[in-house]
Design a protein. Structure first.
Length: 373
């Protein structure tokens, strides 16, 4: 198949899923054309059957807001015709599905160009429910030739909030279990934990929904019981506040803020526990990546997280804002080797048996085939 993929190319779960999906599809013999305003962060453009088409957004003094949505639609239509695309797959409803809808209309006299929209979470739960975007988000879902959601919970919310009647197929997030694999030696750990401390890790875009301050508070609690350090990977609006809080709680020397990183798997597999104290999480890709590396995650009982983590089996689930509870679970994991070993094995098993690329990618391919028939 010849598939056009559009996503936000920056750091963020939806862009990562779109990019890894494209590379997995190319590895399975499909031609994949990324149509985005920048090279997606995890994309290797030199891979066979991977093509990249930049969307250029010209600005004119008249435009207070450059019309990216239109530039994207033009580029989608051009690429579809030049490369004979079978389907467009857009990640994150707004504005990508509206651009895809326009592209479909632009070429309709000459070819069919169905498009699939994958909903990732905040496109529905935050942006979509904002009164200025609600009607267009609903319309974009109704107009899509196929819609997927990354968890049962997100599907339920989409149907409830927007009252749409389309089929929304759940295709969970996935992880490459060969790339994201445990390192029992944790080689390189001494760089971050020079005195043999246990290592906690958090990865996100540091947006308010991620509650990054809770990570700092959890660390401060954990350190009352055991010697631990925390790696904060990523960047975003809440980073400054988290750095400040670390100073206030006297744990600044035990936290390292690494900023945006590539090859996160090499950092994740050094850690003993991943913290994901989010207020909202449609799935929790970072937790899945950790679990594949045999690193148990402590998440919150929100959105699609319970579809990934089974509390007490392959990780722990806490209540949003319950810093003491999450810290107590972290202490249990860091101080009880037997428990840690059992949960690490169970976490890897969950990733392998339910969410590895071999299980999930064929579901996308089948979905494209269904949309095309
Ligand atoms: O987590 C974010 O804020 C980024 C966001 C995105 O769209 O880039 O992530 C969402 O999509 C991920 C991949 O499908 C999911 O694993 C995340 O749970 C989801 N984030 C939220 O729902 C907050």
């Amino acid at each position: 198949m010849r598939i056009g993929i559009t996503c936000y190319p920056t750091y963020g779960g939806s862009g990562i899923v779109a990019t890894e999906l494209g590379m997995e599809l190319a590895a399975r013999g499909h031609d994949v054309h990324f149509i985005t305003y920048a090279n997606p962060i995890r994309l290797d453009p030199n891979l066979e059957r991977i093509h990249y088409h930049e969307v250029e957004v010209s600005n004119y003094p008249l435009f207070q807001y450059p019309p990216y949505c239109l530039a994207l639609a033009s580029r989608m239509a051009e690429v579809a015709e030049s490369y004979d695309l079978d389907v467009l797959h857009v990640h994150y409803a707004i504005p990508h599905s509206i651009s895809a809808m326009l592209a479909r209309q632009m070429v309709q006299k000459r070819r069919k160009l169905p498009f699939v929209t994958t909903l990732h979470g905040t496109d529905i739960t935050l942006v979509g429910t904002d009164p200025s975007y609600f009607p267009i988000t609903k319309f974009s879902i109704e107009e899509s030739d196929g819609v997927t959601a990354i968890s049962d919970d997100l599907r339920r919310q989409t149907l409830e909030v927007f009252g749409v009647t389309n089929e929304v197929r759940v295709i969970h997030n996935f992880v490459n279990c060969s790339l994201y694999a445990p390192d029992p030696e944790r080689s390189g750990l001494a760089r971050f934990a020079p005195d043999g401390e246990k290592l906690l890790i958090h990865l996100s875009n540091f947006r308010p929904v991620k509650r990054v301050n809770d990570c700092i508070r959890i660390l401060a609690e954990v350190r009352k019981h055991t010697n631990a350090r925390l790696l904060m990977v990523g960047d975003g609006p809440e980073r400054g506040a988290a750095e400040h809080l670390a100073g206030q709680l006297g744990v600044q020397k035990a936290v390292e803020f690494l900023g945006k990183q590539n090859n996160v798997q090499s950092l994740i597999r050094l850690a003993h526990v991943l913290l994901m104290p989010s207020e909202m999480e449609s799935f929790g890709l970072a937790a899945l990546e950790a679990m594949a590396c045999g690193v148990p995650a402590i998440g919150t009982r929100v959105g699609g997280v319970p579809e990934l983590i089974t509390d007490g089996v392959d990780g722990f689930l806490g209540n949003v804002g319950d810093v003491e509870g999450q810290a107590a679970r972290a202490v249990e994991l860091l101080t009880d080797e037997g428990l840690h070993g059992r949960m690490a094995t169970a976490a890897r098993h969950t990733a392998l048996t339910r969410f590895c690329t071999e299980k999930i990618i064929p579901r996308y391919v089948r979905y494209y085939e269904d949309v095309l028939t």
